[in-house]
Design a protein around this ligand. Structure first.
Ligand code: EPZ
Length: 431
């Protein structure tokens, strides 16, 4: 397994371009199953999970053309396969996002039941309840979810018990081909959901209320092709902004919409960063100052995103003052705290809250990544620590950050990848 070796302390200073969003690319690729025309998707990040989704679409019979910039042209006109195999689903739980499109297109879908992962049990009950509301019969047996509908799905008024990004996306995709009107109440409003809805409308879907918690979908007979570029990865941008804040540096992140990160930018300003923004860039400058500790409470968009929690916990561990970090979305997403404490951080956990006492600096140590964003927080901790930090199991990080060490090197970090052997852990569930 590859490792990352980080020599700290390393100040982050410079400019980088942000890649396409993983969490937008995955549902948008899956939505290609809905169309009978050719769908061209651009600005895809070069990530393992994107490759896995492309592989899954290919195994479902989608014709795929991939260009040199990893732009993908897919055509699902002739798909007949409706089973997503265990081998692929077990490596990427977002495979569940093919269920809604397959059910809507073929009237049936069979997807291996996605397991939990390091950050939580990750149930999909709300996805399944939504499909049942649209008229499907859903059964779970021998590790597979089977959904079938006789004829077309029927539009329905659906109330989501919890705000779920994937659940909203799956049901939204299915509803585009249902007969009649569907309404999804308490829908997720994340920018990635907006990106998917805009792409679906580019294919001829009739979705309104985009960006609100009430999505109205008037079903159509079929969807045509389109040419769509996924949005930039706001979490990658946020991660680099926090790395610069934690190391008392400065950074300009380009090709990202500042509006997709307003809660994060507000917290960085509270931490003492000087922030300036343009249409598609964000600049942060600590002016050499140590960050001020900030209290964090994760919640659905537009509140503070759970995918930025671990990174801010790392920054708080070397900030001035005491802070609390409350994780309300996932039941086990404070796991990176234990590895940070091995680096000299002073963090205690009480239920879903981490109490972080900022210290002057951290001490390098060998640490192990457990999930995508925890890995990023350990890289940030390594940049702040004195000595050489070795982060193991960084296949987690490769799922969500394109060329992280190259980008960090461009920003002045002393970081390099230590190639390792492949191992069966790498088939572990992704987050
Ligand atoms: C998406 O996961 C993202 N992944 C996650 O990013 C992100 O952390 C999460 O949304 C929250 O923003 C992708 O988009 C591929 P949820 P998702 O359904 O859709 C509960 C990363 O690091 N729930 O919004 O799986 C669930 O347990 C990853 O990039 C149910 O109870 O998240 C959780 O507590 C990690 N029943 C809450 O809802 C369901 O049927 C939010 O989960 C579905 C979800």
């Amino acid at each position: 397994m590859d490792k990352l070796l980080i020599n700290g302390p390393s100040k982050i200073e410079g400019e980088i371009r942000i890649s396409g969003s993983k969490n937008s690319a995955l549902p948008i690729l899956a939505s290609g199953l809905l169309s009978k025309g050719s769908v061209r998707i651009g600005n895809l990040p070069h990530l393992n999970d994107v490759t896995t989704m492309i592989e899954l679409l290919s195994c479902l019979g989608v014709d795929l053309l991939i260009d040199e910039k990893l732009g993908v042209e897919l055509n699902a006109e002739k798909i007949t396969q409706f089973t997503a195999p265990y081998e692929l689903v077990k490596t990427m739980r977002a495979s569940i996002l093919v269920l809604g499109p397959l059910l809507a297109r073929l009237g049936k879908a069979r997807v291996s039941f996605p397991g939990g992962c390091a950050i939580g049990s990750r149930p999909v009950d709300l996805h399944l309840r939504g499909f049942e509301a649209l008229g499907a019969t859903v059964t779970v047996e021998s590790g597979f979810i089977e959904a079938v509908v006789d004829g077309r799905l029927k539009g329905a008024h659906i109330f989501m018990d919890k705000v779920t990004v994937g659940g909203t996306e799956n049901i939204l995709m299915a509803a585009t081909l249902a007969e009649g009107r569907s309404i999804i109440e308490n829908a997720a409003r994340e920018p990635e959901v907006v990106d998917l809805a805009n792409c679906l409308n580019a294919m001829g879907a009739k979705i309104s209320g985009i960006g609100t918690d009430k999505l109205i979908i008037d079903g159509v007979e079929e969807l045509h092709g389109c040419d769509y570029d996924v949005m930039s990865d706001r979490i990658e941008a946020g991660t680099f902004l926090v790395a610069a804040a934690a190391t008392r540096g400065w950074i300009k992140v380009k090709d990202v919409d500042p509006h997709s990160l307003e809660a994060v930018l507000a917290k960085l300003e509270e931490a003492g960063a000087k922030m300036t923004v343009g249409d598609d860039w964000i600049r942060l400058d600590m002016e050499g100052r140590k960050p001020i500790a900030v209290d964090i409470r994760t919640a659905p968009y537009p509140a503070f995103p759970t995918d930025m929690q671990a990174q801010f916990t790392a920054m708080n561990s070397v900030a001035t003052g005491v802070s609390t970090v409350v994780e309300t979305i996932f039941e086990n997403r404070l796991i990176q705290v234990h590895e940070m404490n091995r680096m000299g951080a002073n963090i205690r956990i009480e239920g879903n809250t981490a109490i972080v006492e900022g210290c002057e600096t951290l001490t390098a140590a060998p640490v192990m990544a457990s999930d995508l964003r925890a890995s990023a927080s350990l890289v940030i901790a390594g940049l702040c620590a004195n000595g050489a930090t070795l982060v193991d199991r960084i296949y987690h990080i490769d799922r969500g950050y394109e060329c992280i060490e190259e980008k960090m090197q461009l920003l002045g970090a002393s970081i390099r990848r230590i190639p390792g052997r492949l191992s069966n852990e790498q088939s572990e569930q992704s987050s």
